[in-house]
Design a protein around this ligand. Sequence first.
Ligand code: PEP
Length: 255
Amino acid sequence: MRRPILAANWKMQKTRAEAEDFVEKLLPLIEATDAVDVVIAPPFTALDRVAEVLRGSRVALAAQNVNPEEQGAFTGEVAPRMLADLGCAYAIVGHSERRGLYGESDGFIASKAGALLACDIRPIVCVGETLDERDAGKTFDVVSSQLAGSLARVPDDRADQVVVAYEPVWAIGTGKTATPEIAQEVHGFVRSQLVDRFGPSGEQMRIQYGGSVKPDNVDALMAQPDIDGALVGGASLQPDTFARIVRFQPPGGAS
Ligand code: PEP
């Protein structure tokens, strides 16, 4: 049994006061939901404030990025041990916005994932194809090569601490969610790649879907056998919509 993991990626949104207000409203709404992992990734500037408000709750803190170096002359960057110091349990790496807008390569993403694990922070490693790649029939090739490259520095015995997020680029922030069947097809493929690479641990690794997840589509997505959670952008900005996503209804009963 893989424990579901629902994560909010706020991107470059929310001041400290707005972040604090969100968390204060969210916590009572998800109080009764203890069978899932909930993660919030605020911008760096709000990590400390959110950490304070989350103290004593079951919600984990995540960073949206990291630099793989330990320390040094890297202006504007943030090192893994700084994130550990703030209480981050997770960090997102390889988001398509970073791959696309900032040219991040699989090798760089692999270094980040390895450096995070060395500081006991769980990487959420994002992969996913563009619309052109999907239309050209290259989805599996792209995802397979991103997985191989981005997970290259994950030691076999740490694989179960890694979360993979399959986020088709054409579904991010567009309102076009992959149907549960399309998402499951790729998740099943990702699962097989993880098992090939890590053996039985690949069955334990959680695979999130990301791309316009909302209260009205989360239940059907989460009902798929290889969808273990969601990485949520737009719909994670309001406490009530994100709370409904956290309280997704599993097939045959309430969570
Ligand atoms: C994301 O940024 O990872 C994401 C999936 O965004 P959205 O939910 O807005 O599509």
